[in-house]
Design a protein around this ligand. Sequence first.
Ligand code: TMP
Length: 212
Amino acid sequence: MTIIKRGKFLTVEGTEGVGKTTNIAFIKTWLERNGIEYVATREPGGTPLAEEVRALLLAPRAEKVQENAELLLVFAARAQHLAQVIEPALAQGKWVLCDRFTDATYAYQGGGRQMEKSTIATLENLVQKSLRPDAVILLDIPVQLGLERARGRGELDRFEQEDIAFFERVRAAYRERAGANRHYRIVDASQTLEQVQAALETHLNQLLQETL
Ligand code: TMP
């Protein structure tokens, strides 16, 4: 019987306009170059049901969305995504590259909406049990610079419509978590693309070394 080594769970985080899409494309190329089988996915979303929940979460609406309703929708999508996509891929030895995960909940619902961390932790334990990312890449940028980039993209979703103070709290929450969790890798995303990608490559090579 061959024992399959569990894959690595890598997530990418940051506030609006940090360049997640470009840098995730770079990480995919790195994975391919290193012959690593992977699944690329995103949150909220990643399965048909979870993508429907994403659309509910992001749509601007006149009705006020209750904070608890938002939090529960985020974790409902996550439960589905974990069972259908993330857990099976890791068990098959594939790496999972996820555009946002629970660190975004601590940042947006915890920081942005100022919800209790302990409430988020309760749902995290319920939905994920012991599963946590092996590495979280935090692309960090001054909020104003990121918003200028993101807001050039057209229609704003429900989160993008928040004010600058909201995003300052989101960024502060991410940075606080990065300081307190050793699996975080923080990358200064205000540098040139070449510098950002060189920093990413260093972190990825380190992660690969740890798995050998
Ligand atoms: P994005 O994929 O374009 O970054 O959009 C996802 C939005 O959802 C983003 O504004 C952050 C928000 N979000 C949360 O508020 N909580 C979460 O747990 C996740 C995963 C995302």
